[in-house]
Design a protein around this ligand. Structure first.
Ligand SMILES: Cc1cc2nc3c(=O)[nH]c(=O)nc-3n(C[C@H](O)[C@H](O)[C@H](O)COP(=O)(O)OP(=O)(O)OC[C@H]3O[C@@H](n4cnc5c(N)ncnc54)[C@H](O)[C@@H]3O)c2cc1C
Length: 414
């Protein structure tokens, strides 16, 4: 006997990944009958058109295409996406030298840019905005409870509401409540590193270039913004991050200028600071019958390559593709929550995410640990990559999200 559920899919977490996933499901013709619930504990208000936003993400070409398909990209005001054309990477043991620093340029790939720096609150806002129609029911509450059964999943919210769904998707971030509810464990390894973020005005133009210098304790990155300022992500030891946070604005600005080797001259702080302890994390099980994980709920990656939300958006697009293909192959709506379907997604994304997490983990170990590698090895490594166009090209394609096994919508704009 078929048991009726209130929804076909319930997405727990309407952050950048969960909200985009809702938009992708809504816009997928093969899944047009799905009734979708989206649960978000902290629904945002529209961000201001100007002003400083500390949390930003480098968004890849692949993510641009995914956000476009979700209907979010066209809603993002042009002023809120800062395109960058170049990337320069160098090591703390050398002074910046444009001839020897590792350099990536969009023009080398025939691309208009290497990606965009976008504030997280704007990304979440437009992704949510794109889901506003009768197909997506938004619950502004916290998920408390999930009970999985053979027939359906029963969901309990903090505000007392309860409903059922055929498939539950956990998109509720690194401390995922949904993951805990179904008893999936994540393997977590804290990095002994904290990311300090702030925003600065630089003496010299950032030249629409993302600058990253590897320091012995971790990289410092300058991410170029449309208004000429740079968003800063400085990864360092937890103690050092604490000392930096306690400094007054001019002392911190001076510390940032020194750490960046004055590559853009003196800097002045235009924002407060925030800090984020960093961890590596991944689940072994991406799915169970009726349950599947995406985004940071499934994996956390070091921010040095700016990949976290990009991987999460790839999860979302891959999951929608797997569900759509199952439906096109004749699967009934109620079969989409079966393990046989969800395991295809798990095999696909676990392989890709494990590769990305491992690569970024190795880069961090190589460049941020004086005990493991000496300065000349790091310098030599960067110089070698700079001299090897094939390696450089494949690194750039991976950073753009265009290498590896990518969802169909990433291969074609639209
Ligand atoms: C310093 C720093 C810099 C970074 N830079 C980049 C970058 O340049 N590029 C990049 O790709 N990534 C970057 N990342 C990583 C990126 O921020 C994360 O990968 C991304 O936020 C994950 O998105 P998500 O939607 O999976 O999870 P989250 O952003 O954590 O969203 C989860 C959502 O679920 C909601 N939620 C949580 N619990 C519940 C509940 N019980 N009930 C209902 N709702 C709930 C939350 O309110 C939230 O809206 C960076 C991370 C850090 C720390």
């Amino acid at each position: 006997m078929k048991v009726q559920s209130d929804f076909d899919v319930a997405i727990c977490g309407g952050g950048m990944v969960g909200a985009t996933l809702a938009g992708l499901l809504r816009n997928e013709p093969a899944l047009s009958e799905l009734r979708i619930a989206l649960i978000e504990a902290q629904l945002p208000t529209q961000p201001p058109a100007s002003g400083v936003e500390l949390r930003v993400s480098a968004i890849s070409r692949a993510s641009e295409r995914i956000l476009n398909r979700a209907g979010a990209w066209p809603l993002l005001p042009a002023a809120q996406r800062s395109a960058y054309q170049h990337m320069r990477v160098w090591d703390a043991h050398t002074q910046f030298d444009p001839d020897t620093a590792l350099s990536f340029s969009a023009s080398a790939l025939g691309e208009p840019n290497l990606g965009y720096i976008i504030a997280n609150n704007w990304l979440q806002w437009v992704a949510l905005d794109a889901t506003r129609d009768e197909r997506v029911t938004c619950f502004a509450s916290q998920l408390n409870q999930i009970e999985l059964s053979d027939d359906s999943a029963a969901i309990g919210l903090q505000d007392g509401r309860r409903f059922t769904a055929r498939l539950v998707i956990g998109a509720d971030g690194a401390a995922s409540r949904s993951r805990a509810c179904v008893g999936i464990q994540a393997r977590i390894r804290p990095y002994q590193q904290t990311a300090l973020v702030t925003q600065v005005r630089t003496e010299r133009s950032h030249q629409f270039t993302a600058w990253q210098r590897f320091m012995p304790q971790g990289p410092i990155a300058f991410l170029p913004l449309n208004d000429g300022d740079c968003s800063i992500v400085w990864t360092t030891t937890p103690d050092h991050a604490k000392q930096l946070s306690a400094m007054d604005a001019s002392a911190l600005a001076h510390a940032i200028s020194v750490a960046s080797d004055y590559v853009l001259g003196e800097v002045a702080l235009v924002a407060n600071t925030a800090t984020f302890p960093l961890q590596w994390a991944q689940v072994d099980e991406y799915c169970r019958h009726r349950f599947v994980l995406v985004g940071d709920a499934a994996h956390s990656i070091h921010p040095l390559a700016g990949q976290g939300v990009n991987l999460g958006l790839m999860d979302a697009a891959s999951l929608v593709q797997v569900l759509a293909e199952a439906r096109q192959a004749g699967a009934a709506l109620e079969s989409l929550s079966e393990l046989a379907v969800l395991r295809r997604y798990e095999r696909w994304r676990k392989t890709e995410n494990t590769l990305a997490l491992g690569l970024v983990d190795s880069l961090n170990a190589l460049f941020s640990n004086e005990r493991i590698t000496s300065g000349w090895v790091r310098r030599g490594g960067l110089a070698a990559v700079q001299q090897l166009p094939f390696i450089k090209r494949s690194l750039m394609l991976r950073a753009l999200g265009l290498a590896g096994e990518v969802p169909t919508i990433v291969r074609h704009l639209g």
